[in-house]
Ligand binder design. Structure first.
Ligand SMILES: O=C(O)CCC(=O)C(=O)O
Ligand SMILES: [Fe+2]
Length: 245
C-alpha cells in the first residue's frame, strides 16, 4: 500500500517545520484507490491542544442521542451516539429508516470554527451539512456502508475529522455486480476468475486527524469502524458533507 501513497508537502520549508513566520503545513497522504476514487489523509490536521479543546466542547455541548434504526428489517439501537446539523432548506437526510432532526450551525459556535478549518484545508469545498458520531468505547462502531444517498450526488466529497480515542477505519471494495444472472454457464466458465479477497485498506485515525473520501469512493467502496476491545475512551467523529440542491 505504501507505494500507492503519494506524499505531499515535500517543500523543504514545510518539512523542516520552520517556515519564517508561518506554521508548517501538516503532512498530506493521498491514496489513489483506482477507478476515480481517492482518499486524502492529514494525520495532524488539528494541533493536539486545540483538538482536545474542541473535543471537550463537542462532548459536553452536543445533544447526543442514540436513535433506533432499522437494519435488515429489524429495529435496533444505533451502536453509537449521533447528531445532525445542516443548513436550513436542504433535502432531509434519511438513513436506515431514521430521519435525524437537523440542528442549525448557530446552536453550536464551535462547529463553525471546525468547518472553517476544513474549508481552508480543502480548496473548493463547500460543505452544508454535518453528521456527528460519538463512540463511547470500543463496543461502539459503524458497520460496513457507503454514504451513497442520492442527496449527495454521484461523487460526494466527505471530510471526516476525528477527536479523542484513535480507532481503525477500514475501506473495502464493493463486490462487482454479479454477472452470474446474465450469460450462459459456458460464458461464466470462460470468464477469467477474479480474486476472492476483496481489496481493503486500513487507516489508524488519530486525535486531530482529517480523512477525506472523494470521487467515486461512495459508489465503489464501503467503509467501517469496527469494534475494538482495547479502545476504552470516547471518540468523536465529524463527517462534513454537501447536500445538493
Ligand atoms: O466515525 C467514522 O470515522 C466514520 C463515520 C461514518 O462513516 C459515517 O458517519 O457515515
Ligand atoms: Fe460513512
Amino acid at each position: 500500500m505504501a507505494s500507492l501513497l503519494r506524499l505531499f508537502g515535500s517543500n523543504p520549508k514545510t518539512d523542516s517545520g520552520e517556515a519564517q513566520g508561518s506554521k508548517p503545513e501538516p503532512r498530506r497522504e493521498v491514496l489513489n484507490l483506482g477507478g476515480g476514487s481517492e482518499v486524502l489523509h492529514i494525520p495532524r490536521f488539528v494541533e493536539r491542544e486545540k483538538a482536545w479543546e474542541w473535543f471537550e466542547l463537542l462532548d459536553k455541548g452536543i445533544p447526543w442521542t442514540r436513535p433506533t434504526i432499522r437494519v435488515f428489517g429489524r429495529s435496533a439501537l444505533q451502536p453509537r451516539e449521533t447528531c445532525y446539523v445542516a443548513d436550513q432548506g436542504l433535502t432531509d437526510l434519511k438513513y436506515s429508516g431514521h430521519q435525524p432532526h437537523a440542528h442549525t450551525w448557530d446552536e453550536f459556535p464551535v462547529l463553525k470554527n471546525i468547518l472553517k478549518a476544513v474549508h481552508d484545508a480543502l480548496p473548493g469545498s463547500n460543505f452544508n451539512s454535518l453528521l456527528l458520531n460519538r463512540y463511547n468505547a470500543g463496543s461502539d462502531y459503524v458497520s460496513w456502508h457507503a454514504d451513497d444517498e442520492p442527496l449527495y450526488g454521484p461523487t460526494p466529497e466527505i471530510a471526516s475529522v476525528t477527536f479523542g480515542c484513535e480507532r481503525d477505519f477500514l475501506l473495502r471494495k464493493k463486490p462487482a455486480k454479479s454477472q452470474a444472472a446474465s450469460g450462459s454457464r459456458e460464458a461464466a466458465r470462460k470468464r477469467p476468475k477474479v480474486s476472492s479477497t476483496p481489496q481493503q485498506h486500513s487507516f489508524l485515525l488519530k486525535h486531530g486527524s482529517l480523512l477525506v473520501m472523494r470521487g467515486y469512493t461512495q459508489r465503489d467502496w464501503q467503509h467501517s469502524l469496527p469494534k475494538r476491545a482495547k479502545a476504552q475512551s470516547p471518540r468523536i467523529n465529524l463527517t462534513f458533507r454537501r447536500v445538493l440542491a
